[in-house]
Design a protein around this ligand. Structure first.
Ligand code: FNR
Length: 360
């Protein structure tokens, strides 16, 4: 395995095609799925030379926590669909690499166990932050119970996904008849939230009725910092700041929600301008190379997230696969920094990127 695409191919060979489609697919025509990667490819790096400095580590501070890599594991559901150890394997690999993992609310291992696995795998004396992704639930008691589970597990931030008032329609899943987890797997965070509820995916309610008031309410029931995942409009970014949100994960859900929305990289400059440094902006969607990460960081993202690559690496080779994936991305980012003449992440500035040449 020498790059992300190798993991994708290896995962395709191993996985049930229905599950491979679930991972790779997106909403409707998958225009945004493709746009995410294409946007990175369209941007060129413009390196500086002879700057006489070595590249130090890739350490980054995220919401007061320390990570050794500016790459987060974005929340993805159902890791046991692709590996018997599921999120435990992912969490160990992330912790060993010093990368922040965002555990999905729809994980197939309970968040408490994910946190234990991460703690056991972290370097000596090191705490690698684990964050919890949440879909607000119409019943506030259910939301509060989930927040309590995440807090008790030791999660240090909540990532509230706000781009899902309804579930995006994947026509691949529809054609394949993939609507549910196979027997034996369940969403472990949802088990026993209410009597008689056994971790069924259908327990996750989506609703178009949530508003900024619900974010204000959430802030009143937790001391954890709250990030919003899925903000694309600059006006919503300004509203997020005004509502006391601690950060944004700029995301289009990997093109799995509303099709034809902009690539996240295209949306980044306006979001960065709107928040004007008041809160950190993270980005996911289409990051497949170290140079992709470097481009997003140069345009103002504090870190980038990866979704599908983690699922592919996990499917290809379990914990080892995810470790290898994160090593490769570390190498590629270090390499790109050195070749750009940047002595560290904070030297990545917008002048290092240019649109592809479009003629005189
Ligand atoms: C996701 N994503 C996601 N997002 C979220 O907020 N909660 C979730 O449970 C999931 N589950 C999920 C499953 C799978 C299989 C995929 C591919 C994606 C979206 C994810 O967090 C992220 O935004 C995108 O995956 C990023 O794009 P790339 O890296 O996959 O291109």
């Amino acid at each position: 395995m020498f790059c992300v695409k190798d993991f994708e191919a290896a995962a395709r060979e191993k996985l049930d095609p229905v599950h491979a489609d679930f991972i790779a697919g997106g909403a409707r025509d998958e225009i945004t799925v493709r746009a995410n990667e294409e946007a990175f490819a369209r941007l060129r790096l413009l390196p500086r030379v002879l700057r006489g400095r070595a590249v130090p580590g890739l350490d980054v501070t995220l919401l007061g926590g320390h990570a050794r890599l500016p790459v987060l594991l974005s929340p993805t559901a159902f890791h046991k669909l692709v590996d018997p150890e599921g999120e435990l394997a992912t969490a160990r690999a992330a912790a060993a690499a010093g990368a922040v993992m965002i555990a999905s609310m729809a994980s197939t291992v309970a968040v408490g166990e994910i946190a234990d696995a991460a703690r056991a795998a972290a370097g000596p004396g090191e705490t690698v932050p684990l964050w919890f992704q949440l879909y607000l639930q119409p019943d506030p008691e259910i939301t509060e119970a989930l927040v309590r589970r995440a807090t008790d597990a030791g999660c240090t931030a909540l990532v509230v996904t706000v781009d899902s008032p309804v579930l995006g329609a994947s026509e691949r899943n529809r054609r394949n008849g993939f609507h549910d987890l196979p027997a034996g797997l369940r969403c472990e965070n949802l088990v026993d939230l209410r009597d008689g509820e056994f971790g069924h995916v259908r327990q996750i309610a989506m609703s178009p009725e949530f508003s900024w008031e619900h974010i204000t309410w959430l802030r009143s029931v937790t001391e954890l910092p709250i990030l919003l995942k899925g903000v694309l409009h600059p006006e919503d970014a300004r509203l997020a700041v005004r509502h006391g949100v601690s950060g944004l994960l700029l995301s289009n859900h990997g093109g799995r929600q509303l099709d034809t929305v902009p690539a996240t990289l295209e949306a980044l400059p306006a979001i960065v301008a709107a928040v004007a440094g008041r809160i950190p902006v993270l980005l996911d969607g289409g990051v497949r190379r170290g140079t992709d990460a470097v481009k997003a960081l140069a345009l103002g993202a504090r870190a980038v997230g990866i979704g599908r690559p983690v699922m592919w690496a996990l499917a290809a080779d379990g914990e080892k696969g995810v470790r290898r994936l994160l090593e490769l991305l570390r190498e590629e980012i270090e390499d790109a920094l050195a070749l750009c003449g940047a002595a560290g992440l904070d030297e990545l500035t917008p002048d290092l990127v240019r649109p592809a040449w479009s003629g005189p």
